[in-house]
Design a protein around this ligand. Sequence first.
Ligand code: ATP
Ligand code: LTN
Length: 334
Amino acid sequence: MLNGNKMLFSGMQATGTLTLGNYLGALNNWVTLSDEYTCLYCVVDEHSITVRQDPAELRKRARNLLTLYIAAGLDPEKNIIYYQSHVPAHAELAWILNCFTYMGELQRMTQFKDKAAKHADNINAGLFTYPVLMAADILLYQSDVVPVGQDQMQHLEITRDIALRFNNLYGDVFTIPEAYIGKVGAKIQSLQDPSKKMSKSDENANASIYLTDDRDTIIRKFKRAVTDLEACVRYSDDQPGIKNLITIYSAVTGKAPADVEAEFEGRGYGDFKLAVGEVVADRLQPIQEKQAALLADKAYVDGIIKTNAERAEYLALKTLRKVQKKIGFPERIR
Ligand code: ATP
Ligand code: LTN
């Protein structure tokens, strides 16, 4: 049933509508890695409530995300695709790991600083300990590899630090995970301001390609993308706008940036932007169709949700019980 002995874990938050950045930086790599590992792909709904959510919206988005995982090519029979909130062991291990994490470490997290600045009226303790819950997600499954975009690297490092600290005290309890950052697409920038990452929470809808955008919208957004003055398709840091579009084109087509430059040699930005729009629209269309079909098949998706939560829980409890024993919690009487 499962693919390999090595474990892979990754997750995404059910906040907002996924962008092309999430797809190329994370989801697309998940699909390529899924044959090699035993994989868990989690919808991290518990992380989502670190920022205030509308309950009906959160529930809908979580289901959209779970079906998107499947639509993007992750097989729910081979991989474990589930909601974090369905496996209480995540929150239980997070509590324990909180007691092995220092305030100073958490204060250095750039995501915390960014989110705290953005949500100054709600700097809650969950937002602060967000990385500890993420560490629990990863360590519960003895994960060897964690595919994420560049922006999550700092969270992977703190996860490793927490695991090493725990292992030093109690013996080899946790596998020390490695981050997997894709070669291309690890960081997709905003189409309107190439110095910022493309983000689903950007207020400017033209800055991001959403995975739900239709062909015309995708092409229009690429046409309007901010580019540079040089007017030739060259991959260079002094042309951040065009560099970002080359990164996108490379990640979608699998062509190296130098080959993309050669392909568009002597052609203007207009042609190139249209070509990028077309390859992106071609890639997203079948995913959108498959997702719509899944959302219409309630019984099938509910079945997946139930069995996969049970499979995840079975694995999670093995680690949790071991941890509880190591730290001295009394044994359960059965
Ligand atoms: P938000 O804007 O709400 O903070 P986000 O768009 O940054 O969200 P996350 O849910 O934090 O998305 O990230 C999901 C996954 O997508 C992570 O693995 C992250 O590294 C990756 N990712 C997010 N944005 C990008 C991007 N612009 N380029 C590449 N990968 C990205
Ligand atoms: N913090 C991540 C989402 C996330 C995650 C994880 C990713 C939560 N738990 C475990 C990998 C492994 C994010 O914001 N993208």
